[in-house]
Design a protein around this ligand. Structure first.
Ligand code: KIV
Ligand code: ZN
Length: 521
């Protein structure tokens, strides 16, 4: 729980403000369902995130519901909702966070000449007036108010200082100066915080916050520089998810502070052993793969291939590892699962991987695991994670895969015979296509007619070897809305069908539809 501004500003504690569910979800194709958001929020709360930005309530019913439900469930974190400086936004946001133990309204307005002129079509004095009126309105509804100067790093410093002073006078307790377009360099960003804190007379009444985008790959460096300049709240996202090139990655800032405490003596309250788990969950629900060489959570982050490195590692792990894999939650000595593993071992294994499934979901997942173990010698943790995430994703579906058989090979046309369960009713169709994937997607189209366009189709192997599970990502777009979903199976064609169906189910949720036939309209 955040302390009062004055008490934290002079300490070395930094608050972690996670915006995976708001700024992260704004990444094209990264939208999540309500259940997925609840799962992510629960994990963030458990791992020690101080403030969870759960959404932007005025923008959609879905965002409102997510913020309200997360507010009801969060055990210790402050729950923030985003709002523009407008009465309608602020009132809706206050309503959404009302049930939180620690609610926060996060209001923002642009302060750079470029944004004020072209985006807002307002004079600086008008923006200043908006801050005074609307921050006060928000403060009358909720005690914890954050104000953000959008495009803060391209704002004129004198005007920025006047805005910050006005926001604090009107009741803001946190002041965020975002590098909205990822333009700043570290020294410059640090100086902005030093200058504003020095020049603004009431700056000691607020906690300052950093929020960096990664357009030049400098988000984490800028974040740390902002902290050196006096900021004590870090806004970040798991896996660096976010608009365009993303936001500063939570796992990177947390571990940079932890590993280099000698150079940067600030600490967060995050349980770092949960970082890999959070990364895997966010990757699964957003369908954004984590690059192999991603710092901290990439699958190669602790892999040593070259002989010289392996030799060094065997002699002393510190030769090539600056942190232990265990410190970020990589479990080295993990229980290997195979076809002889029983239900109990399976359940224990899932627990170790951070899953606590209900009885039905556990049974379904176990049946799929047995099927997988029959076809694959060793079932790795990655296989189980892909399988269980796939299973969780399918629990609330209107459209389900029942069976698929495909004719492929050099002699076309390739064909697919597909049976789906659509809202409880089984339907079968046989289609041909230009290749087996095309045939499968044509069969899905015939059974569930829709206007969505396939924007991305990607396959990768979950583990190594020819018996590895395939994980397929599919992005569908319709009416400017896009969703991405994954499907996993040892058979690439089945995984493709699962991914396409999962994307259709997500699209229905996003469009607020409960009947597949309405996708066509
Ligand atoms: O990048 C940005 O400026 C934002 C604000 C809404 C805080 O995300
Ligand atoms: Zn942002």
């Amino acid at each position: 729980m955040p302390s009062a501004p004055a008490s934290i500003a002079n300490t070395n504690q930094v608050l972690i403000f996670d915006t995976t569910l708001r700024d992260g979800e704004q990444s094209p194709g990264a939208s999540m369902t309500l259940e997925e958001k609840l799962e992510v929020a629960e994990l963030l709360d458990t791992m020690g995130v101080d403030i969870i930005e759960a959404g932007f309530p005025v923008t959609s019913e879905g965002d409102f519901e997510a913020v309200s439900e997360i507010s009801r469930r969060a055990k210790r974190a402050t729950i923030a909702g985003l709002a523009r400086l407008a009465a309608k936004d602020i009132d809706r946001c206050a309503e959404a966070v009302r049930h939180a133990r620690h609610p926060r309204i996060h209001v923002f307005v642009s302060t750079s000449p470029l944004h004020m002129k072209y985006k807002l079509n307002k004079e600086p004095e008008q923006v200043l007036e908006m801050i005074k009126v609307n921050v006060a309105r928000a403060r009358n509804l909720v005690g914890d108010i954050e104000w953000s100067a959008e495009d803060g790093t391209r704002s004129e410093i004198d005007f920025l200082c006047r805005c910050v002073e006005a926001a604090i006078n009107a009741g803001a307790t946190t002041i965020n100066i975002p590098d909205t377009v990822g333009y700043a360099v570290p020294d410059e960003y640090r100086r902005i915080f030093e200058t504003v804190r020095e020049r603004v007379p009431n700056s000691d009444k607020a906690i300052f916050s950093v929020h960096c985008h990664n357009d030049l790959g400098l988000a984490v460096a800028n974040t740390l520089a902002g902290v050196a300049g006096g900021a004590r709240q870090i806004e970040c996202t798991v896996n660096g998810l976010g608009e365009r090139a993303g936001n500063a990655a939570l796992e990177e800032v947390v571990m940079a502070l932890r590993v280099r405490g000698d150079a940067m003596p600030y600490h967060s309250g995050i349980d770092s052993s949960m970082l890999v788990r959070a990364s895997k969950l966010v990757s699964a629900v957003s369908s954004f793969p984590v690059q192999y060489n991603k710092a901290i959570v990439g699958r190669n982050a602790f892999a040593h291939e070259s002989g010289i490195h392996q030799d060094g590692m065997l002699k002393n792990a510190q030769t090539y590892e600056i942190m232990t894999p265990e410190s970020v939650g990589v479990n080295k000595t993990s229980l290997v699962m195979g076809k002889h593993s029983g239900r109990h071992a399976f359940k224990e294994k899932l627990k170790e991987l951070g899953y606590d499934l209900g009885d039905n979901a556990l049974e379904e997942a176990f049946a799929r695991f047995k099927d997988l173990a029959d076809r694959k010698k060793i079932v790795y943790d990655e296989d189980l994670i892909a399988l269980v995430d796939d299973e969780i994703g399918h629990q609330h579906e209107h459209i389900k895969l029942v069976s698929l058989s495909v004719m492929a090979g050099t002699r076309g046309p390739q064909s697919a015979a597909l049976t789906l369960e659509v809202n409880g009713e089984q339907k079968t169709h046989q289609a041909t296509g230009n290749g087996p994937i095309d045939a499968i997607f044509n069969a899905i189209m015939a059974l569930v007619p829709h206007g969505a366009v396939l924007e991305l189709y990607q396959v990768h192997a979950v583990t190594q070897g020819t018996d590895a599970q395939a994980e397929v990502s599919v992005r569908l777009a319709e009416d400017g809305k896009s969703v991405t979903a994954k499907g996993a199976d040892p058979d690439t064609l089945v995984a493709s069908a699962r991914a396409y169906i999962a994307a259709l189910n997500k699209l229905m949720v996003k469009r607020g539809k409960s009947r597949p036939e309405t996708l066509a309209g």
